[in-house]
Design a binder for this molecule. Structure first.
Ligand SMILES: [Zn+2]
Length: 410
């Protein structure tokens, strides 16, 4: 009843207006003697984008001061009342799942649920993260440590498969929380983590300003002394667990996969594409497509990287988008076949056309691939809706690759 009442009474927009509305909602809740307050999704994202999971409201006669954990504060005019109280953002307890005793997958809630994963490795009471999501994700990672009875001081390694902001954007903020952690990143990506301006501008140009702030929040620079470069073939020693670094370009030039011999699995970042938990039928592997997003998609390099991973004969791929999957040769072959078809679509793309021209072709390609799997149930409209965001980015990446090919051929 209460939830419905709030949902109907208040319409939120982003920014300060939303915060003011939210304060009114809380006051309303107190006056009405209602203990639970519905956290609107816009507000939730706004607060999470500041990398915290609690805010403090200090309401005095003349003004309201909204203080969010560690980051800053905001003054807002408020009704003449005096209150001090704390709001905790409810965290999704489904966010954390054990793969094995010593590997946890955490839903970073970047973009949507079950879209972007961070992996946590545990060894001798110490913790190592592989990929961290954006600043919006950090409260979920801290919550995972809490649930596992670990302290932020127990985190010793933060390893990034690559520096795209959905994997790496929250690393600076996480490092601020974890005093003993050290960051490991591709040698080509290190300078961009120390000075993230170029990364931020590149992402802003793809998503636009408003969407960028909503998705990524604050991108914090990494202190020089807190980060080290990774090179192909090197071993990162995490409490005696020897993690092998493998150079795997194709999705990005600065992409590494991390092999974990103990579990015979590989943390593959974006190399093995997207696997959709929503499109997984009982007893079947999840539906997978390659991630060809801009700006450095290279189908030849990507296929070579996948073959390199397969040659290690892993049992599992720990996919960033989303979750662990068995390293099934049939799934790998389907993925390679899709990469080749992306290449072919790019090759015949007419000069002067933009990516929108190939969106329908990719849409058909993906649905045909989906329908060729046994037991598939989703109708076309639902399928297209689930893939909408990824499909557009993939089309952009293919168009960028096609333009690059034309330039180098000229
Ligand atoms: Zn990426």
């Amino acid at each position: 009843m209460v939830r419905q009442y709030f949902a109907r009474q208040y319409y939120y927009r982003s920014g300060y207006f939303a915060v003011q509305q939210y304060i009114l909602l809380i006051l309303n809740a107190i006056v009405s003697n209602i203990s639970s307050v519905v956290i609107n999704e816009t507000i939730r994202t706004w607060i999470l984008a500041r990398g915290c999971n609690r805010i403090y409201l200090l309401l005095s006669r003349k003004r309201c001061i909204l203080v969010w954990e560690r980051i800053g504060y905001l003054f807002i005019k408020a009704p003449p009342v005096t209150f001090i109280f704390i709001i905790w953002l409810p965290m999704d307890t489904r966010a954390i799942r054990e793969i094995a005793d010593d590997i946890i997958v955490i839903d970073t809630h970047f973009h949507r649920e079950r879209f972007c994963a961070s992996y946590l490795l545990l060894e001798n009471g110490k913790a190592a993260f592989v990929d961290v999501g954006s600043a919006v994700s950090i409260p979920y990672l801290l919550r995972a440590l809490e649930e596992l009875n670990l302290d932020t001081a127990d985190v010793t390694h933060i390893i990034l498969t690559h520096i795209h902001l959905d994997h790496a954007g929250g690393a600076g903020l996480l490092l601020e929380h974890c005093p003993n952690a050290h960051l490991w990143v591709h040698s080509k990506g290190l300078k961009h983590m120390i000075n993230p301006e170029k990364l931020i501008n590149a992402s802003r140009s793809v998503y636009g300003e408003a969407r960028f702030s909503r998705m990524y929040g604050r991108v914090t620079a990494i202190p020089f002394e807190k980060a080290s470069p990774m090179e192909d073939g090197m071993i990162i020693d995490f409490e005696g667990r020897r993690l092998q670094v493998m150079d795997t370009p194709g999705h990005a030039r600065h992409h590494f996969c991390i092999r974990d011999p103990k579990s015979n699995g590989i943390f593959v970042g974006d190399t093995m594409g997207m696997a959709y938990p929503e499109l997984q039928e009982a007893g079947q592997p999840p539906f997978q497509i390659p991630i060809t997003s801009p700006a450095a998609f290279d189908p030849h390099a990507l296929e070579k990287s996948i073959n390199r991973l397969q040659a290690m004969q892993p049992s599992y791929y720990y996919i960033a988008h989303f979750g662990p999957i068995p390293a099934h040769p049939g799934s790998v072959q389907s993925l390679i076949s899709l990469i080749r078809q992306h290449r072919d679509i790019g090759r015949i793309m007419d000069k002067g056309l933009d990516h929108a021209a190939i969106v329908p072709q990719l849409r058909d390609l993906y649905y045909q691939a989906y329908c060729s799997q046994p037991g598939t149930k989703r109708g076309r409209a639902e399928f297209d809706h689930i893939l909408e965001f990824d499909l557009d980015l993939n089309a952009q990446g293919v168009a960028v690759w096609a333009a690059r090919q034309r330039t180098s051929a000229a």
